[in-house]
Each structure stands twice: as C-alpha cells, then as structure tokens.
Design a protein. Structure first.
Length: 97
C-alpha cells in the first residue's frame, strides 16, 4: 500500500494546506468537492500542487508534521521545484483534461 504527503492550494502562490493520505485520488476529490469541513475547505484549497510517495503511514505522517512546521517560503520552494506553475497535478495524475 502507498501513502502520500501532499499540498493543496487555492491558486498559484496562494494558501497552502499540507496533509497525508493512503488514497490520493479520493482525498483530492474530497478537497475539490469540499466534502470535509476545515482549513482547506474554508480557504478553497482544491488544487493538488505537490505530493510525494511513502512506503509507510508512519513515514508519511512524520513528513507531514515536519512540513507543517516549515515556514511558507520553504513550502513554496518545495512546490516550485517540481511544479513551478502550480498546475493542478490531480488532472495529469488521473488523466483528466
């Protein structure tokens, strides 16, 4: 089973939410459709802008906690290293136009 740490945003350079999940497709849909109330829903963070794969739930959880303590500039740098335009990776990840 795969585990993911991910970041969603409301727009390029916008609000960033960091989380972890074992089902990136389901969790992305939940963010997109505002299924769960909370920070990401409140700030309309629907755009999957960064993710990384982990082999265990524990390592994903620990990485998420570490990233949540980072300052904004570090998070932005991590996103922009792989996704400089802040494209919605959900679309390419799951073959949607």
């Amino acid at each position: 089973m795969a585990f993911y740490v991910y970041m969603v945003s409301n727009k390029p350079g916008g609000v960033i939410y960091t989380g972890h999940t074992d089902d990136i497709e389901r969790r992305s849909w939940e963010h997109r459709d505002h299924i769960l109330r909370g920070f990401a829903s409140k700030y309309n963070c629907t755009r999957l802008v960064w993710y990384e794969l982990h082999e265990t739930r524990e390592s994903a959880f620990m990485r998420e906690r570490r990233i949540k303590k980072w300052n904004r500039a570090w998070k932005m740098r991590l996103i922009e290293e792989r996704n400089p335009e802040w494209d919605d990776l959900f679309l390419s990840l799951f073959g949607l136009p």
